[in-house]
Ligand binder design. Structure first.
Ligand code: ADP
Ligand code: MG
Length: 349
């Protein structure tokens, strides 16, 4: 039988880790990316360089693959639609259209009777001033934000006048949640009511960037159950195929809110490579390539630490202990706030 060839759009660390997982189970990968230095090309079988709106390059990519998935949600919807007409794109492009936009995403979640923080659409400085009940809050661009980019903290009315933003863009203003904890739930949906779901992961952010993740999360049983239930409901409602992550806030009164949905594998799930028999990446590949669903079992407790910017330099020469696993994303340049690698430590159950 011929090997399946999976196309992956995006060649960052998530694309790299997807390609490595695919290789492990005999799936070929071709990465399509607009970055000539994309680290993913070191892990995939083939690489095509091109802008995400370059139809010639898109066609060259599509011809070579059996189906397509992606490592990040901000790919132009039209690109995904062009591809989907020729080869299947999973998860489906329509899902991205909702999740690419923070406003549509939060409306979708609230329509399922799932709680989020209070929010409002912002089109002008007047809109902001008339929503002072949401202060302290965070103003976010509706599209194209990640790792805290495109976010502005507003602690008082005075801060609004100091903003130098382009109101022609779409924004959402969210009430700040008085955080006790952040958790995420990663789920892989294979089809109607067919899932593998990982236990909630506890996450620590620094400067709005994920710093570390661990299992088990120290949270009560009700939050464990509800966070998993909501992740199932969201993926079922989206008719999602593949791995998806739901990010949650827990406030000081133990209220649970969905922060956002990532329609892809997620940084907080990197620990599953070592803590489980099947990682979030392998489960994603299995689901999109229509392979057999295997029972996912936890083997170890774990903590994952992101190596951001210069953090990586120390680890490149460090002796790693037996219960530690070091991943270098092999990015060309070390940059401040750039995720360069991660380390996972395992603990017995
Ligand atoms: P990104 O797309 O950059 O991940 P998020 O909306 O998840 O954007 O914000 C990044 C981080 O910023 C969150 O994980 C959280 O730590 C903090 N944050 C964002 N929005 C809020 C909020 N409404 N209340 C409290 N903290 C927030
Ligand atoms: Mg986030």
């Amino acid at each position: 039988m011929n090997k399946t060839t999976l196309g992956i759009i995006g060649g960052g660390q998530l694309g790299s880790l997807l390609a490595s997982a695919a290789r492990k189970i005999g799936i070929r990968t071709i990465i399509f990316c607009n970055d000539i230095d994309a680290p993913g090309q070191k892990f995939s079988d083939n690489f095509i360089l091109g802008e995400y709106n370059n139809e010639k390059k898109i066609n060259e990519f599509v011809e070579k693959v059996d189906l397509v998935t992606f490592e990040f949600e901000n790919i132009p919807y039209t690109t995904l639609k062009i591809i989907d007409k020729i080869k299947k794109v999973l998860p489906s492009p329509e899902i991205n259209q909702i999740i690419q936009n923070r406003l549509k995403e939060k409306n979708f979640i609230n329509n399922l009777d799932i709680k989020t923080t209070s929010y409002v659409k912002i089109k002008s400085i007047e809109d902001l001033k008339s929503n002072s009940k949401l202060i302290p809050g965070i103003l976010k661009t509706c599209t194209l934000g990640y790792d805290g980019k495109g976010q502005f903290k507003i602690n008082s009315i005075k801060d609004i006048d100091l903003l130098t933003i382009d109101y022609k863009k779409e924004y959402i203003f969210e009430k700040l949640v008085d955080l006790k904890k952040e958790i995420s739930v990663i789920i892989t949906r294979f089809g109607p009511n067919s899932y593998e779901i990982y236990e909630p992961i506890e996450n620590i952010h620094e400067n709005q960037i994920l710093k570390s993740s661990k299992i088990p999360a120290k949270i009560n049983n009700e939050i464990i159950d509800v966070s998993k239930k909501w992740a199932k409901l969201i993926s079922e409602e989206l008719k999602y195929i593949g791995t998806l992550c739901v990010e949650y806030f827990i406030d000081k009164n133990e209220n649970l809110y969905v922060n956002e949905i990532a329609p892809r594998v997620h940084n907080s799930g990197h620990l599953t490579i070592n803590s489980h028999n099947i990682s979030q990446f392998e489960n994603h590949i299995r689901a999109v390539c229509n392979l057999e669903k295997r029972k996912t079992i936890k083997l170890f407790n774990a903590k994952m630490i992101n190596l951001i910017g210069n953090d990586i330099l120390e680890y490149r020469n460090k002796k790693i202990s037996n219960n530690e696993f070091f991943y270098d994303y092999l990015k060309k340049d070390v940059k401040k706030n750039r995720k360069m690698g991660h380390i996972t430590k395992l603990f017995t159950l």
